[in-house]
Design a protein around this ligand. Structure first.
Ligand code: BJW
Length: 250
């Protein structure tokens, strides 16, 4: 393992354009469950088609709203883990670092990462079914309805979390940005994703096709492991600080 850590540190130290692609495993050590872990993943207990699709929301908006409020509540006691902090520190050591995250928890920004593309949205933001965006919880205060109604003048549409559900397209500008970063990076650090959800799972292929070095950190092999030049088997919160400690200071 020591040799792998050193090799990863060398790849990152030499990077002029680094992309860090993260998934739910990144936040597991912060106390946030992943989706697909067989024992304690969210999809082991809940039906994604009921809770993470527009059809599910339309058929039972109250259930979906309560599920997201439950997850939002979990977040209030969660803080970034040493892995998030290590990624934020990379920005201070390297010329160009962009974090592309599938997570909706906001923990990369909380750790100090400044360029974070939240391609699956944010659980801290809301939008209404009529298209009003950037609603905050404060905008919804004082409503008893579950889910609340849009507070914009003249609009009474249902409000939902501003996250990307199955069958929905990602924000086009963000996705273009993420693809452009993946096509022009010289290294990609892939952390805590099973690599099964598209289009995020295609980003490492874009990087690989453009000759970037791929480093993966995950306690279990993923769909992306065969593509990775280096696979470091372990937890984000343990492996990432160890890589960082082996990188030369600028
Ligand atoms: C650790 C760890 C530790 C544990 N340290 N690691 C092409 C082919 C086939 C299907 C499709 C396709 N294109 C589109 C689709 C359909 C669909 C899709 O991909 N389905 C697949 C499941 C088959 N994609 C979509 O619908 C997307 N939209 C789209 O493409 O629009 C265009 C279109 C529409 C319709 C048809 C065709 C095209 C949207 C996807 C939205 C995903 N939304 C969710 C919910 C977000 C909101 C919320 O949080 O509630 O996003 S689902 C869920 O999965 C969430 C995650 O971001 C996402 C990815 O999961 P992730 O992050 O990889 O987590 P896990 O749990 O899977 O893995 C955790 C990993 O961590 C594991 O590997 C562990 O080992 C590891 N780990 N502890 C490091 N301590």
């Amino acid at each position: 393992m020591d040799d792998l850590l050193q090799q990863a540190a060398t790849i990152l130290s030499r990077s002029r354009r680094l992309v860090v692609l993260t998934g739910a495993g990144m936040s597991k050590e912060s106390g946030i469950p992943t989706f697909r872990d067989a024992r304690d993943g969210l999809w082991a207990q809940y039906d994604p088609m009921q809770l993470a699709t527009m059809r599910g929301f339309q058929s039972n908006p109250e259930l979906v709203w309560r599920w997201y409020q439950y997850r939002f509540g979990l977040l209030t006691s969660c803080t970034p883990n040493p892995g998030h902090h290590a990624i934020a520190e990379l920005e201070r050591r390297l010329p160009h670092v962009v974090v592309i995250t599938q997570n909706v928890d906001g923990l990369h920004a909380a750790a100090g990462s400044s360029t974070v593309l939240e391609i699956h949205g944010s659980i801290r933001r809301y939008k209404c079914l009529a298209g009003h965006r950037n609603l905050a919880m404060d905008d919804l205060a004082g409503q008893d309805a579950i889910p609340p109604r849009c507070p914009r003048p003249g609009c009474t549409a249902l409000v939902r979390p501003d996250v990307v559900w199955f069958g929905e397209t990602l924000d086009v500008d963000l996705l273009h940005w993420a693809v452009a970063e993946s096509e022009t990076c010289d290294a990609m650090l892939i952390v805590g994703t099973s690599g099964v959800v598209q289009p995020a799972a295609s980003l490492p292929y874009s990087a690989w096709n453009h000759r970037a070095r791929l480093v993966e950190v995950n306690p279990e092999p993923s769909e992306l492991t065969p593509l990775a030049h280096l696979y470091l088997q372990g937890r984000a919160g343990e492996i990432l600080p160890q890589i960082l400690s082996r990188m030369a200071l600028p």
